[in-house]
Design a protein around this ligand. Structure first.
Ligand code: GCW
Length: 725
């Protein structure tokens, strides 16, 4: 195969310079199979650029890098139904002494694919001595027993991930000898959901909540067939560890529904392009498919003809796409059809689709984003935050093993700050996937710099049962993995804002290893994207980009909705401030500000009772006004404006201060970015400069609207006498 090289798109974190260390050396790639071919092609391309050589067998110059498959083949495919030992309800990440890492008797004997030279044998011995096998379907080890760096993997995908690790390491991969370093993904499935439409939707456009131009897959009703672009996308995703992509919007409209049947070829083509990068394709389907596509009178999950229709349809899908990943379903949510129409529940619905997928190793991602979007705002007893738990927790244990209940990380909807969804702690007998939003619907729509890895890292490290107990990452790792809504479109920078590429990269890396520090992930991304060797002042570049990005999510939080209350965005498109925009609407997203106070009382004592959906200690912490963390205060409590926060500030003064601070931080970001003129590609510099001007304008608007609003409601002046309008 040849590696893609679209000329009309930014190379993101795989510019040729990122391959300098690999491409300037002599490399041996050992093993067979399509993904090994991908590894070979990647190294070959790097060598063409940087002067090294690569071969698969035979004689040649002494090699400095070996990428070799071991003879051991893992029985499990990444998407196969996990066995007790694989899932075991313990984190998937290797733990010394756990069944995951134990050396199987006879394993070292099994590893002998032939005479590759002494360094490889030493590397294998080293790996075995370190108790490092089996590596699993996607794991790999990097060993440097002497002067040669050796990457070992049991399976092809592991070799590909091993190559990208060596690329990340750059020159550091060829430093002093070191023993085997074993890498295995924490999550078996690391998935991106595209909300791409085939037709241009009259309101949502080509990509729902897309801020990077059109779709890379479809344009105005037709497949784009930009094969290079899709391959290049697969390559970028593999390089950060993503292994599954759902290609179309979870809101499945009439044309998009047909991707399951007469337009399946379009999906198969994408699958063909992504397969060489270890990525399986999934498809969003409509629950009403038996009616709208099959002409049946019902889509009732207990109807025999409906079951047969799904079985036959699924069989046809696998005939076209043998490694098809499975279905994604948004049912009974925001107008999408679902089992409620037939008096059935979500377990009935999900199990209907899971059955036919099961023999092929496919899964159903069944979304838990189910709530009443036709709420009466006057009715204080209905609380949207409660909805997913109310619907799904009682169904725990009823889902088939190849159903993955996909839960948004928070109880509302991808806000800048929300507590962790209580569903994540409520379904021990169900495989759960946690869903993030890389596309910045509520975090600046790729007009604003907002590096989201610190937010995701907080969420992944959160321990719903209290400190020292299992984390959100552990739940996802034992269950269905991590999913995120993609931020990619046909924009020349992939993501509209060039710095938003870092979010896509970070999502993949955190899904692979949720313990990575967000600043370290940013360093990886910086070093790849802005290869230091090509920069006039790499230290200044790195320092400045850290200053701009590390805290950008918290800056965004400061100038938008305060203290976890959420929304306050313009209805519909969700960009920019509108404090009361959703206040008297049916969407269930209220802040309840009046002249005396603000916030949503979700306590058991006097409010909606939502705090009772958490296990201890959080059920108590959130219930207590005194204990509730400041950043979530208004999510859980309605308080007077003079309520004193743990920080010592009153609520209203906190609102004023953070809004002035947030804008000042954006001003500093604009100045810092100016210093980088000449240190980054001029087209990148120009694009970011343009976006920063908009970010500053918008941040000022947020500051002035939010501050003026709370000043007018509360009548409390700013303690520092700043203008409040
Ligand atoms: O955040 C909301 C978005 C909808 C989206 C929905 C969902 C695809 O505003 O555009 O629909 O979430 O997650 O299903």
């Amino acid at each position: 195969m040849t590696t893609p090289d679209p000329t009309d798109v930014h190379p993101a974190w795989l510019p040729p310079a990122a391959y300098r260390a690999v491409g300037s050396r002599h490399t041996l790639v050992h093993g067979d199979g399509p993904l090994v071919d991908t590894v070979f092609a990647e190294v070959q391309r790097a060598c063409a650029e940087h002067g090294g050589t690569v071969r698969r067998t035979g004689d040649g110059p002494p090699v400095q890098l070996v990428l070799a498959l071991t003879a051991h083949r893992s029985a499990a495919r990444p998407d196969a139904t996990p066995t007790a030992t694989q899932s075991g309800r313990t984190p998937n990440a290797a733990r010394p002494g756990s069944p995951e890492t134990a050396v199987r008797p006879g394993w070292t004997e099994a590893v002998d694919p032939g005479p590759l030279g002494v360094n490889v044998d030493a590397a294998r011995a080293d790996l075995a001595a370190a108790g490092g096998g089996p590596l699993g379907p996607e794991g790999f080890a990097v060993v440097r027993p002497g002067e040669v760096t050796v990457v070992l993997a049991d399976d092809q995908a592991g070799l590909l991930y091993g190559l990208f690790q060596v690329v990340r390491l750059g020159e550091a991969a060829y430093g002093p000898p070191h023993p085997a370093r074993v890498h295995r993904p924490a999550m078996r499935r690391r998935m991106l959901d595209h909300w791409d439409n085939v037709d241009v939707h009259p309101v949502m456009g080509q990509v729902e909540r897309g801020y990077a131009g059109g779709s890379i897959f479809w344009r105005a009703g037709h497949p784009r067939r930009d094969r290079d672009r899709v391959r290049a996308y697969g390559r970028l995703l593999a390089a950060c560890g993503v292994n599954a992509v759902s290609v179309n919007n979870v809101n499945v409209h009439a044309t998009e529904a047909r991707l399951l049947t007469d337009r399946l070829d379009e999906v198969a083509e994408i699958a063909d392009l992504l397969r060489p990068y270890g990525i399986r394709v999934h498809l969003s389907v409509t629950f009403a498919a038996p009616v709208v596509l099959g002409g049946l009178p019902t889509a009732d999950p207990l109807d025999e003809a409906v079951r047969e229709w799904w079985a036959e349809t699924t069989q046809r899908v696998y005939a076209h796409i043998p490694d098809f990943g499975g279905y994604v379903v948004k049912a009974d949510s925001e107008g999408q059809p679902g089992p409620f129409s037939y008096g059935r529940d979500h377990a009935d619905g999900a199990n209907l689709l899971a059955g036919p997928l099961e023999p092929y190793g496919g899964v159903v991602h069944w979304r838990a984003f189910v709530y009443d979007h036709r709420q009466d705002w006057r009715d204080r007893s209905t609380d949207r935050a409660r909805a997913a738990h109310d619907h799904f927790a009682p169904l725990d244990g009823r889902f088939r093993d190849n159903v993955i209940v996909q839960v948004k990380h928070g109880p509302m909807d991808f806000q800048t700050r929300e507590p962790v969804s209580p569903v994540i702690a409520a379904m021990p007998g169900t495989r759960l996937a946690v869903e993030f939003q890389v596309t910045q619907e509520y975090t600046g729509q790729q007009q604003h710099v907002c590096y989201l890895a610190p937010w995701w890292s907080e969420l992944l490290r959160f321990a719903p049962w209290g400190d020292g107990e299992r984390t959100v990452a552990d739940v996802a790792a034992d269950g269905g993995g991590l999913v995120a809504v993609s931020n990619v479109g046909d924009d020349p920078f992939w993501t509209g804002h060039p710095l938003a590429q870092a979010n896509l990269y970070a999502f993949g890396r955190l899904a692979w290893d949720p313990k990575l520090r967000p600043e370290a992930v940013l360093d990886e991304w910086l070093d790849l994207t802005f290869a230091p060797a090509t920069s006039a002042d790499p230290a200044l570049l790195r320092r400045t980009l850290h200053q701009i990005m590390d805290d950008s999510w918290r800056s965004y939080e400061r100038y938008t909705a305060p203290l976890g209350v959420g929304f306050m965005v313009r209805p519909g498109h969700h960009y920019g401030p509108d404090v009361d925009g959703y206040e008297y609407t049916p969407w269930g997203t209220y802040h309840f500000a009046d002249r005396d106070g603000v916030g949503v009382d979700r306590t058991r004592a006097t409010g909606t009772g939502f705090t009772g959906q958490y296990p201890p200690p959080w059920s108590q912490t959130y219930e207590s006004l005194a204990a509730c963390p400041d950043e979530l205060l208004l999510f859980f409590h309605h308080v007077p404006y003079d309520h004193v926060l743990h920080s010592g500030s009153t609520v209203v003064q906190h609102i004023y201060d953070t809004h002035f601070d947030g804008v000042a931080e954006v001003e500093a970001t604009c100045r810092r970015w100016e210093w980088l003129a000449g240190l980054v590609d001029p087209t990148v510099h120009a694009r970011v400069t343009e976006r920063l001007a908009e970010q500053l304008r918008c941040a000022q608007e947020w500051r002035d609207q939010v501050n003026a609003y709370f000043h007018r409601k509360s009548g409390v002046p700013d303690a520092h006498g700043r203008p409040l309008h």
